[in-house]
Design a binder for this molecule. Structure first.
Ligand SMILES: Cc1ncc(COP(=O)(O)O)c(C=O)c1O
Length: 372
Protein backbone atom coordinates (compact mmCIF):
# COMPACT_ATOMS: atom_id res chain seq x y z
CA UNK A 1 0.00 0.00 0.00
CA UNK A 2 1.33 3.45 -0.95
CA UNK A 3 2.35 5.63 2.02
CA UNK A 4 1.18 9.13 1.08
CA UNK A 5 3.21 10.76 3.87
CA UNK A 6 6.52 9.95 2.16
CA UNK A 7 8.35 12.87 0.58
CA UNK A 8 11.96 13.52 -0.34
CA UNK A 9 11.78 16.86 1.45
CA UNK A 10 10.74 15.19 4.70
CA UNK A 11 13.32 12.48 4.26
CA UNK A 12 16.09 15.08 3.85
CA UNK A 13 14.91 16.87 6.97
CA UNK A 14 14.90 13.63 8.94
CA UNK A 15 18.36 12.63 7.68
CA UNK A 16 19.76 16.02 8.68
CA UNK A 17 18.20 15.92 12.17
CA UNK A 18 19.30 12.36 12.82
CA UNK A 19 22.82 13.11 11.62
CA UNK A 20 23.11 15.80 14.29
CA UNK A 21 22.40 13.43 17.17
CA UNK A 22 24.13 10.32 15.98
CA UNK A 23 26.68 8.70 18.26
CA UNK A 24 26.38 4.92 18.19
CA UNK A 25 27.82 3.67 14.91
CA UNK A 26 31.39 4.05 13.64
CA UNK A 27 30.56 6.22 10.67
CA UNK A 28 32.50 9.39 10.01
CA UNK A 29 29.63 11.70 9.06
CA UNK A 30 31.91 14.67 8.33
CA UNK A 31 32.52 14.58 4.60
CA UNK A 32 31.86 16.66 1.54
CA UNK A 33 31.61 15.10 -1.89
CA UNK A 34 29.32 17.74 -3.44
CA UNK A 35 31.80 18.24 -6.29
CA UNK A 36 31.26 14.62 -7.32
CA UNK A 37 27.50 14.98 -7.80
CA UNK A 38 27.83 14.99 -11.63
CA UNK A 39 28.82 11.33 -11.34
CA UNK A 40 25.17 10.57 -10.59
CA UNK A 41 24.37 11.29 -14.23
CA UNK A 42 26.10 8.06 -15.26
CA UNK A 43 25.67 4.36 -14.61
CA UNK A 44 29.19 3.96 -13.24
CA UNK A 45 29.59 0.22 -12.78
CA UNK A 46 32.73 -1.85 -12.39
CA UNK A 47 32.17 -5.34 -13.72
CA UNK A 48 34.45 -8.14 -12.62
CA UNK A 49 38.14 -7.87 -11.86
CA UNK A 50 39.41 -4.31 -11.24
CA UNK A 51 42.70 -5.05 -12.99
CA UNK A 52 41.04 -6.02 -16.30
CA UNK A 53 39.12 -3.17 -17.91
CA UNK A 54 36.56 -5.33 -19.74
CA UNK A 55 33.91 -4.46 -22.33
CA UNK A 56 31.74 -2.07 -20.29
CA UNK A 57 33.56 1.24 -20.21
CA UNK A 58 31.28 3.47 -18.13
CA UNK A 59 33.47 2.46 -15.24
CA UNK A 60 36.09 3.71 -12.79
CA UNK A 61 38.48 0.78 -12.56
CA UNK A 62 41.51 3.05 -13.04
CA UNK A 63 40.46 4.93 -9.86
CA UNK A 64 39.76 1.65 -8.11
CA UNK A 65 43.28 0.42 -8.88
CA UNK A 66 44.75 3.57 -7.31
CA UNK A 67 42.67 3.00 -4.18
CA UNK A 68 43.95 -0.59 -3.97
CA UNK A 69 47.49 0.68 -4.45
CA UNK A 70 47.08 3.17 -1.57
CA UNK A 71 45.87 0.45 0.81
CA UNK A 72 48.47 -2.08 -0.38
CA UNK A 73 51.21 0.41 0.52
CA UNK A 74 49.53 1.26 3.84
CA UNK A 75 49.65 -2.42 4.84
CA UNK A 76 52.97 -3.31 3.17
CA UNK A 77 51.52 -5.73 0.67
CA UNK A 78 54.26 -6.16 -1.98
CA UNK A 79 53.26 -4.42 -5.23
CA UNK A 80 53.99 -7.39 -7.47
CA UNK A 81 51.73 -9.62 -5.38
CA UNK A 82 48.90 -7.14 -4.73
CA UNK A 83 45.30 -7.92 -5.49
CA UNK A 84 42.09 -6.48 -4.12
CA UNK A 85 38.95 -4.56 -4.96
CA UNK A 86 36.51 -2.00 -3.64
CA UNK A 87 33.71 -3.89 -1.93
CA UNK A 88 30.24 -2.95 -0.72
CA UNK A 89 31.58 -2.87 2.87
CA UNK A 90 33.46 -4.76 5.56
CA UNK A 91 31.07 -7.70 5.34
CA UNK A 92 31.82 -8.34 1.67
CA UNK A 93 35.55 -8.10 2.42
CA UNK A 94 35.14 -10.69 5.16
CA UNK A 95 33.11 -12.94 2.87
CA UNK A 96 35.76 -12.63 0.17
CA UNK A 97 38.70 -13.31 2.54
CA UNK A 98 37.05 -16.35 4.07
CA UNK A 99 35.92 -17.73 0.72
CA UNK A 100 39.48 -17.37 -0.53
CA UNK A 101 40.68 -19.25 2.56
CA UNK A 102 38.08 -22.00 2.01
CA UNK A 103 39.15 -22.37 -1.65
CA UNK A 104 42.80 -22.65 -0.57
CA UNK A 105 41.95 -25.04 2.27
CA UNK A 106 38.68 -26.89 1.52
CA UNK A 107 39.00 -28.92 4.72
CA UNK A 108 40.00 -25.95 6.88
CA UNK A 109 38.44 -24.99 10.20
CA UNK A 110 37.59 -21.36 10.90
CA UNK A 111 38.65 -19.92 14.26
CA UNK A 112 37.65 -16.52 15.62
CA UNK A 113 36.90 -14.99 18.96
CA UNK A 114 33.50 -14.66 20.62
CA UNK A 115 33.73 -10.97 19.83
CA UNK A 116 33.87 -11.45 16.05
CA UNK A 117 31.41 -9.47 13.95
CA UNK A 118 28.34 -11.43 12.88
CA UNK A 119 29.58 -11.44 9.27
CA UNK A 120 32.19 -14.04 10.28
CA UNK A 121 29.50 -16.48 11.42
CA UNK A 122 27.57 -15.64 8.26
CA UNK A 123 30.62 -16.51 6.10
CA UNK A 124 30.95 -19.81 7.97
CA UNK A 125 27.31 -20.63 7.21
CA UNK A 126 27.50 -19.53 3.58
CA UNK A 127 30.71 -21.41 2.82
CA UNK A 128 29.98 -24.36 5.10
CA UNK A 129 33.10 -23.79 7.12
CA UNK A 130 33.23 -25.44 10.54
CA UNK A 131 33.51 -22.46 12.92
CA UNK A 132 35.15 -22.70 16.32
CA UNK A 133 34.50 -19.69 18.53
CA UNK A 134 37.40 -19.02 20.84
CA UNK A 135 36.98 -17.39 24.24
CA UNK A 136 37.57 -13.65 24.45
CA UNK A 137 39.24 -11.71 27.23
CA UNK A 138 37.05 -9.22 29.09
CA UNK A 139 38.38 -6.34 26.94
CA UNK A 140 37.17 -8.13 23.79
CA UNK A 141 40.59 -9.36 22.60
CA UNK A 142 40.95 -13.02 21.72
CA UNK A 143 42.16 -15.20 24.61
CA UNK A 144 45.55 -16.41 23.33
CA UNK A 145 45.83 -19.35 25.69
CA UNK A 146 42.34 -20.52 24.68
CA UNK A 147 43.40 -20.22 21.01
CA UNK A 148 46.57 -22.19 21.72
CA UNK A 149 44.59 -24.85 23.52
CA UNK A 150 41.97 -25.28 20.79
CA UNK A 151 44.56 -25.34 17.98
CA UNK A 152 46.75 -27.82 19.85
CA UNK A 153 43.91 -30.35 19.87
CA UNK A 154 43.34 -29.82 16.14
CA UNK A 155 46.76 -29.47 14.52
CA UNK A 156 45.99 -31.41 11.38
CA UNK A 157 43.18 -29.61 9.54
CA UNK A 158 44.31 -26.26 8.11
CA UNK A 159 43.55 -23.32 10.39
CA UNK A 160 41.63 -20.37 8.99
CA UNK A 161 41.97 -17.64 11.58
CA UNK A 162 39.91 -14.48 11.69
CA UNK A 163 41.70 -11.73 13.58
CA UNK A 164 39.80 -8.67 14.73
CA UNK A 165 41.42 -5.31 14.30
CA UNK A 166 38.78 -3.40 16.17
CA UNK A 167 35.99 -5.59 17.56
CA UNK A 168 32.50 -4.30 16.91
CA UNK A 169 31.45 -3.75 20.50
CA UNK A 170 34.65 -3.00 22.44
CA UNK A 171 37.09 -1.94 19.71
CA UNK A 172 39.67 -4.53 20.82
CA UNK A 173 42.60 -5.45 18.58
CA UNK A 174 43.82 -9.05 18.39
CA UNK A 175 47.61 -9.24 18.40
CA UNK A 176 48.83 -10.84 15.18
CA UNK A 177 52.33 -11.39 16.52
CA UNK A 178 51.00 -13.55 19.36
CA UNK A 179 48.83 -15.54 16.97
CA UNK A 180 51.74 -16.17 14.58
CA UNK A 181 53.84 -17.32 17.57
CA UNK A 182 51.11 -19.82 18.49
CA UNK A 183 51.03 -21.22 14.93
CA UNK A 184 54.82 -21.54 14.97
CA UNK A 185 54.84 -23.12 18.41
CA UNK A 186 52.34 -25.75 17.26
CA UNK A 187 54.15 -26.18 13.91
CA UNK A 188 50.95 -25.50 12.00
CA UNK A 189 52.08 -24.81 8.46
CA UNK A 190 48.76 -24.79 6.60
CA UNK A 191 46.84 -21.70 7.68
CA UNK A 192 45.20 -18.56 6.37
CA UNK A 193 45.01 -15.43 8.50
CA UNK A 194 42.17 -13.09 7.58
CA UNK A 195 42.25 -9.67 9.23
CA UNK A 196 38.85 -8.12 9.86
CA UNK A 197 39.96 -4.51 10.01
CA UNK A 198 36.53 -3.14 9.10
CA UNK A 199 36.56 -0.86 12.11
CA UNK A 200 40.14 -0.07 13.18
CA UNK A 201 42.10 -1.09 10.10
CA UNK A 202 42.46 2.61 9.37
CA UNK A 203 43.46 3.56 12.95
CA UNK A 204 46.31 1.13 13.49
CA UNK A 205 48.72 2.48 10.81
CA UNK A 206 48.44 5.93 12.36
CA UNK A 207 48.69 5.01 16.06
CA UNK A 208 51.99 4.76 17.85
CA UNK A 209 52.64 1.55 19.73
CA UNK A 210 50.26 -0.50 17.60
CA UNK A 211 51.35 -3.86 16.20
CA UNK A 212 51.39 -3.04 12.49
CA UNK A 213 49.14 -4.68 9.93
CA UNK A 214 52.03 -5.68 7.74
CA UNK A 215 51.73 -8.23 4.93
CA UNK A 216 55.51 -8.28 4.51
CA UNK A 217 56.35 -8.95 8.13
CA UNK A 218 53.43 -11.29 8.92
CA UNK A 219 51.80 -14.11 6.93
CA UNK A 220 48.49 -12.29 6.46
CA UNK A 221 46.37 -13.87 3.73
CA UNK A 222 43.62 -11.27 3.37
CA UNK A 223 42.31 -8.09 4.94
CA UNK A 224 38.99 -6.27 4.92
CA UNK A 225 38.25 -2.70 5.89
CA UNK A 226 35.14 -0.53 5.64
CA UNK A 227 35.34 2.72 3.66
CA UNK A 228 32.29 4.44 5.12
CA UNK A 229 33.68 4.15 8.65
CA UNK A 230 36.90 6.12 9.19
CA UNK A 231 37.16 7.61 5.70
CA UNK A 232 33.45 8.36 5.57
CA UNK A 233 31.30 8.06 2.45
CA UNK A 234 27.60 8.57 1.76
CA UNK A 235 27.42 5.08 0.24
CA UNK A 236 28.69 2.05 2.17
CA UNK A 237 31.89 0.61 0.76
CA UNK A 238 35.13 -1.09 1.73
CA UNK A 239 38.32 -2.58 0.46
CA UNK A 240 39.59 -6.13 0.47
CA UNK A 241 43.23 -7.04 -0.12
CA UNK A 242 44.75 -10.41 -0.89
CA UNK A 243 47.96 -11.88 -2.28
CA UNK A 244 47.65 -12.02 -6.06
CA UNK A 245 49.26 -15.43 -6.44
CA UNK A 246 46.55 -16.97 -4.24
CA UNK A 247 43.56 -15.44 -6.00
CA UNK A 248 41.51 -17.69 -8.21
CA UNK A 249 39.93 -16.27 -11.34
CA UNK A 250 37.48 -17.52 -13.91
CA UNK A 251 37.24 -16.07 -17.43
CA UNK A 252 33.85 -14.65 -18.35
CA UNK A 253 33.60 -13.89 -22.04
CA UNK A 254 30.38 -11.91 -21.60
CA UNK A 255 32.05 -9.15 -19.52
CA UNK A 256 35.50 -9.33 -21.13
CA UNK A 257 37.00 -9.66 -17.66
CA UNK A 258 37.47 -12.33 -15.05
CA UNK A 259 35.20 -13.30 -12.22
CA UNK A 260 37.26 -12.72 -9.11
CA UNK A 261 34.86 -10.73 -6.96
CA UNK A 262 31.86 -11.75 -4.84
CA UNK A 263 29.47 -9.45 -6.68
CA UNK A 264 29.06 -9.16 -10.46
CA UNK A 265 28.07 -5.53 -11.13
CA UNK A 266 29.93 -3.45 -8.57
CA UNK A 267 29.48 0.15 -7.51
CA UNK A 268 31.71 2.36 -9.68
CA UNK A 269 31.06 5.53 -7.70
CA UNK A 270 32.45 4.38 -4.34
CA UNK A 271 35.99 3.83 -5.73
CA UNK A 272 35.91 7.47 -6.87
CA UNK A 273 34.69 8.64 -3.45
CA UNK A 274 37.53 6.76 -1.76
CA UNK A 275 40.06 7.99 -4.32
CA UNK A 276 38.89 11.58 -3.80
CA UNK A 277 39.09 11.30 0.01
CA UNK A 278 42.58 9.80 -0.24
CA UNK A 279 43.75 12.59 -2.58
CA UNK A 280 42.41 15.33 -0.35
CA UNK A 281 42.99 13.92 3.12
CA UNK A 282 45.73 11.30 3.22
CA UNK A 283 48.23 13.81 4.63
CA UNK A 284 45.80 14.48 7.51
CA UNK A 285 44.65 10.92 8.29
CA UNK A 286 47.17 10.72 11.15
CA UNK A 287 45.82 13.95 12.70
CA UNK A 288 42.25 12.77 12.29
CA UNK A 289 43.06 9.50 14.10
CA UNK A 290 44.79 11.42 16.87
CA UNK A 291 41.87 13.80 17.26
CA UNK A 292 39.38 10.90 17.49
CA UNK A 293 41.58 9.16 20.06
CA UNK A 294 41.95 12.32 22.16
CA UNK A 295 38.20 12.91 22.13
CA UNK A 296 37.63 9.27 23.07
CA UNK A 297 40.05 9.70 25.99
CA UNK A 298 38.13 12.83 26.99
CA UNK A 299 34.81 10.96 27.00
CA UNK A 300 36.36 8.06 28.91
CA UNK A 301 37.86 10.40 31.52
CA UNK A 302 34.60 12.30 32.03
CA UNK A 303 32.72 9.07 32.73
CA UNK A 304 35.35 7.49 34.97
CA UNK A 305 35.84 10.75 36.88
CA UNK A 306 32.18 10.49 37.83
CA UNK A 307 32.94 7.07 39.34
CA UNK A 308 31.19 5.16 36.58
CA UNK A 309 32.36 2.26 34.44
CA UNK A 310 34.02 3.00 31.09
CA UNK A 311 36.40 1.04 28.87
CA UNK A 312 38.71 2.37 26.16
CA UNK A 313 41.06 -0.16 24.59
CA UNK A 314 44.48 0.77 23.17
CA UNK A 315 44.39 1.61 19.42
CA UNK A 316 40.69 2.29 19.68
CA UNK A 317 38.23 5.14 19.86
CA UNK A 318 35.39 2.96 21.19
CA UNK A 319 34.26 4.09 24.63
CA UNK A 320 32.12 1.44 26.33
CA UNK A 321 29.83 2.39 29.21
CA UNK A 322 26.75 1.17 31.07
CA UNK A 323 23.63 1.02 28.93
CA UNK A 324 21.67 4.25 29.44
CA UNK A 325 17.89 4.74 29.39
CA UNK A 326 15.80 3.66 26.40
CA UNK A 327 15.10 7.31 25.57
CA UNK A 328 18.83 8.15 25.33
CA UNK A 329 19.50 4.95 23.43
CA UNK A 330 16.87 5.91 20.88
CA UNK A 331 17.71 9.61 20.58
CA UNK A 332 21.47 9.04 20.12
CA UNK A 333 21.03 5.91 17.99
CA UNK A 334 23.20 3.84 20.31
CA UNK A 335 24.20 0.29 19.45
CA UNK A 336 23.67 -1.58 22.72
CA UNK A 337 24.67 -5.08 23.70
CA UNK A 338 23.34 -6.68 26.89
CA UNK A 339 24.16 -4.20 29.64
CA UNK A 340 26.62 -2.05 27.73
CA UNK A 341 26.54 0.64 25.10
CA UNK A 342 29.31 2.49 23.30
CA UNK A 343 30.24 5.57 21.37
CA UNK A 344 32.83 5.03 18.67
CA UNK A 345 34.35 8.48 18.46
CA UNK A 346 34.69 9.62 14.87
CA UNK A 347 35.68 12.90 13.21
CA UNK A 348 32.19 14.43 13.57
CA UNK A 349 32.10 13.80 17.33
CA UNK A 350 33.36 17.11 18.64
CA UNK A 351 33.85 17.74 22.34
CA UNK A 352 30.76 19.96 22.29
CA UNK A 353 28.71 17.06 20.92
CA UNK A 354 30.19 14.62 23.44
CA UNK A 355 29.42 17.12 26.24
CA UNK A 356 25.86 17.32 25.04
CA UNK A 357 25.59 13.54 25.12
CA UNK A 358 27.14 13.39 28.59
CA UNK A 359 24.77 15.99 29.93
CA UNK A 360 21.64 14.50 28.39
CA UNK A 361 22.50 10.96 29.42
CA UNK A 362 23.57 12.09 32.91
CA UNK A 363 26.49 9.73 32.54
CA UNK A 364 28.79 12.28 34.18
CA UNK A 365 28.74 15.96 35.11
CA UNK A 366 30.07 18.43 32.56
CA UNK A 367 30.07 22.14 32.21
CA UNK A 368 28.49 22.24 28.84
CA UNK A 369 28.31 25.58 27.08
CA UNK A 370 27.10 23.91 23.90
CA UNK A 371 24.13 22.18 25.53
CA UNK A 372 21.77 25.00 26.33
C1 LIG B 1 34.57 -5.72 13.23
C2 LIG B 1 33.59 -5.53 12.13
N1 LIG B 1 33.66 -6.32 11.06
C3 LIG B 1 32.80 -6.19 10.03
C4 LIG B 1 31.83 -5.22 10.04
C5 LIG B 1 30.88 -5.13 8.90
O1 LIG B 1 31.18 -4.01 8.16
P1 LIG B 1 30.11 -3.40 7.14
O2 LIG B 1 29.00 -2.87 7.99
O3 LIG B 1 30.91 -2.36 6.44
O4 LIG B 1 29.66 -4.48 6.25
C6 LIG B 1 31.72 -4.38 11.15
C7 LIG B 1 30.67 -3.35 11.20
O5 LIG B 1 30.47 -2.66 12.15
C8 LIG B 1 32.63 -4.53 12.22
O6 LIG B 1 32.56 -3.76 13.31
Amino acid sequence: MKDSSLSIELLLKRLKNNTEVHAGYPFNLKFDYQHLLPLLEYAVINLGDPFIDGNYRISSKDFEREVIDFFAKLYDLPGDDTWGYVTAGGTEGNLYGLLLARELYPNGILYGSEDCHYSIGKAARMFRLPFVQVKSQSNGEIDYSALHQVLSTNKNPPAIINLNVGTTIKGAVDNIEKVVDILEDLKIKRFHIHVDGALAGMFVPYMSGATPIDFTRYPIGSLAISGHKFIGTPIPCGVVLARKHQVQSFDVEYIGSTDTTIMGSRNGITPVLLWDAIQRRQHQFADEVQQCRQNAEYLWSQITAAGKFALLNPCSTTVVFDRPSKAIEHRWQLACYNKIAHIIVMQNHTRALLDRFIQESEIAAVNCGACN
